[in-house]
Design a protein. Structure first.
Length: 274
């Protein structure tokens, strides 16, 4: 049942992204962020198929992800990218909103919802999310700054070569709205701290240590019951949060879990290798 639900969510997410591309952004020659933005700008200047470019540009990232990660995140991402590319071949590239600003707003909302629900089940819609998972597993990397910079370069190139800065500004609006919707559907902050009170300490610790994050064990006592408990604390990224929840639910469905925003981390973020 869970796998069927996940498959349905992947399909719905891919459909929303494809609709946002084909019916809102592409007809107005607007851009989305990340790899899809590169595919769009090349497609606008060459008339090549944007859906196929989207798939081709994601292929090396997915292969890199399979080698570096080889986990559920990449499998969901691969399925999402292939479905999105396929749906872009089926759906018509036609106006739904006549005004570019409406295309930017509603395109950004649809793409944001599609990306957000895919992230919630532990995958992504490809592109820089895969890069983000790989890099944040190894480094405390300022990915958001780099992605914003790369998106900015593509948007400026669109305005310059098209001699239409309105397109660039509308594209910025679409990317901004998409990011805000993803934050709302998924999670706003890149890093979070999970406090897990569990009766399955050993088994859960073993599973969590398979992730590239350290785990701290804290002995606690219930204020009311006076019973001793074990609490595990770990800091993770938004890309790995769905996987963390899945592990906890599998090992100890009755565990008490408190997930809080992490403003910053000082010291070693990734797990040290022996």
């Amino acid at each position: 049942m869970k796998k069927a639900l996940d498959a349905f969510i992947i399909l719905v997410g891919a459909l929303l992204v494809a609709v946002g591309f084909n019916m809102f952004l592409i007809p107005h020659q607007l851009l989305s962020g990340g790899v899809s933005g590169f595919a769009m700008i090349i497609g606008y200047f060459t008339n090549w198929n944007i859906g196929l470019l989207y798939l081709i540009f994601n292929l090396p990232l997915m292969i890199w992800g399979m080698i570096a990660i080889g986990r559920r995140f990449i499998m969901i991402s691969v399925a999402s990218v292939i479905l999105t590319s396929w749906l872009m071949q089926i759906l018509p590239t036609s106006y739904v909103a006549q005004e570019p600003i409406l295309g930017a707003v509603f395109g950004g909302v649809l793409i944001g919802i599609g990306s957000g629900i895919t992230l919630r089940i532990g995958g992504s819609t490809g592109g820089f999310d895969i890069v983000g998972l790989i890099l944040t597993r190894k480094f405390d990397f300022p990915l958001g700054t780099i992605i914003s910079g790369m998106n900015g370069i593509v948007i400026v190139a669109l305005g310059y070569f098209k001699h239409n800065w309105d397109l660039a500004l509308f594209s910025m609006l679409a990317i901004y709205i998409c990011g805000k919707v993803v934050d709302t559907v998924h999670i706003r902050h890149v890093k979070v701290t999970a406090f897990i009170v569990t009766k399955q300490k050993d088994e859960l610790t073993h599973e969590l240590l398979q992730l590239p994050r350290g785990v701290t064990l804290v002995k606690t006592e219930g204020a009311y019951t006076k019973q001793q408990h074990d609490m595990l604390m770990t800091v993770t990224t938004r890309y790995e949060l769905a996987e963390l929840k899945r592990i906890i639910k599998k090992i100890d469905p009755k565990a008490f879990v408190n997930i809080v925003e992490t403003v910053g981390v000082v010291g070693e973020f990734r797990k040290l290798k022996s």
